[in-house]
Write a protein that binds this ligand. Structure first.
Ligand SMILES: Cc1cc2nc3c(=O)[nH]c(=O)nc-3n(C[C@H](O)[C@H](O)[C@H](O)COP(=O)(O)OP(=O)(O)OC[C@H]3O[C@@H](n4cnc5c(N)ncnc54)[C@H](O)[C@@H]3O)c2cc1C
Length: 383
């Protein structure tokens, strides 16, 4: 059973209102434009949401996983793209808290304390998506710097990120054993942003290639020891799937359900509102059952993470189950929302059209739902 504190409820209510009143006016424009809008990033910054997870002495509120999930959920009810920009930014903060040295925390948290910094998480490469243990971007130590060569793709926030968590091969061994993680700062010599992708959904968030050509990253930006990359990826990196796509999908599904409910009450056919037809009522009931189940799983998972539960197998199982279940729910619920709106549902004048496109993306990124099922099964079967 999960329980929200008074502070969490206050933040939830504040962000819900902010999203409805201040972000809604930009959602359609960003979707059409195919990239994030600086005005929206500014709203997040002005309301201290980008630095949510920072410790208090750096100007944040040290938000735990549950609080971040609540914020992501509320934003996603209105705009999943904005939720995406925010949770990816939080992920570097959470990972630094766990894997960063005191010197790294101080240096990077100080940079983020202005509250307007955007972060990115870069793993995927052209030939290595689900098979992330085989990434090829190389980092070779030369004196005080790593020299990095390679190309990353599909990096959310790539074009606007100030700090990027980059997974590289430093070569301590084969596959997982040779991976390391380091922080790359905007303006690093030899680092540039490549192609900006034009995608089906989540069009109000940015996604691009990142290109490293003899890029020089200071040695002190390496997290942990050389070879610790996989450990960081499957702990802090995996945790993101709960407060990130898990919360985002739950909010998106809820937003689509709310819209369909209100539409069904107003749209009259055969002399009565759609909401009086049993076929429609059952679709709405099924939406609600699925959204509540996703929400229950999400907050059970973040509560377990916040409690620091030491059962890592359970944690990884719940995190993957949350991402997988919530995004499958978002896909079904947004598809049914479109169905309830009929012809209007597929028109761009109505938000459920965008929501259905956004939902499809969540089944794919941050480890596809097939990969999440592989992880859940492995944690139960131990093979
Ligand atoms: C909107 C969006 C945002 C993204 N943001 C980021 C980001 O910020 N940082 C980043 O590093 N990456 C990001 N990605 C990349 C994303 O994580 C990958 O697309 C995803 O992991 C799948 O990899 P792939 O696209 O190469 O597909 P592939 O690995 O080629 O898989 C293709 C299909 O095969 C299935 N499949 C593959 N292997 C298995 C298996 N072992 N068992 C069962 N099925 C399998 C997959 O489920 C999928 O359906 C993003 C992608 C999208 C779409």
């Amino acid at each position: 059973m999960f329980h929200f504190t008074d502070e969490q409820r206050m933040i939830q209510e504040m962000v819900g209102r902010l999203a409805k009143e201040r972000i809604t006016p930009f959602v359609e424009e960003a979707d059409r434009a195919g990239h994030s809008l600086p005005q929206v990033v500014k709203i997040l910054a002005e309301n201290d949401l980008l630095k949510l997870g920072l410790p208090e002495n750096y100007g944040g509120i040290g938000a735990d996983y549950t609080t971040i999930a609540l914020v992501v959920e509320e934003l996603a009810k209105v705009d999943a793209s904005t939720a995406m920009t925010l949770f990816v930014t939080q992920s570097l903060i959470q990972i630094l808290k766990e894997a960063g040295s005191e010197e790294q925390k101080e240096r990077f948290f100080n940079q983020m304390s202005s509250g307007d910094k955007i972060n990115a998480f870069s793993l995927t490469e052209p030939n290595h998506g689900s098979e992330s243990a085989s990434i090829q971007t190389k980092a070779v130590l030369n004196g005080d710097h790593y020299i990095i060569n390679g190309t990353k793709i599909f990096v959310t926030n790539g074009p606007i990120a100030d700090l990027i968590l980059l997974f590289v091969r430093t070569g301590e061994g084969e596959r997982q054993k040779g991976l390391s993680a380091l922080v790359v700062e905007k303006g690093t010599p030899g680092f540039s942003v490549g192609k900006h992708e034009d995608k089906m959904g989540l069009r109000g968030s940015d996604i691009s290639e990142l290109i490293f050509e003899d890029a020089l990253v200071p040695r002190e930006n390496l997290l942990g020891q050389p070879g610790d990359g996989w450990k960081i990826l499957i702990s802090g990196g995996a945790d993101m799937r709960s407060y990130g796509p898990g919360a985002m999908a739950t909010g998106l599904a809820c937003g689509a359900m709310d819209y369909a409910v209100s539409y069904a009450q107003q749209r009259v056919q055969f002399g009565r509102p759609l909401a009086n037809l049993q076929a429609v009522r059952f679709m709405i009931a099924d939406m609600c059952i699925q959204v509540e189940a996703a929400r229950a799983l999400l907050y059970r998972t973040t509560a377990l993470m916040d409690a620091g539960d030491s059962d890592m197998s359970l944690r990884s199982r719940l995190v993957s189950a949350t991402k997988c279940f919530a995004s499958d729910v978002a896909m079904r619920v947004t598809t049914d929302a479109v169905q309830i709106l009929g012809g209007y549902g597929v028109m761009k004048d109505y938000p459920v059209e965008r929501m259905m496109r956004d939902a499809k993306m969540i089944q794919i990124f941050d480890g596809s739902n097939q990969i999440q099922r592989v992880i859940v099964a492995r944690s139960l079967l131990s093979t």
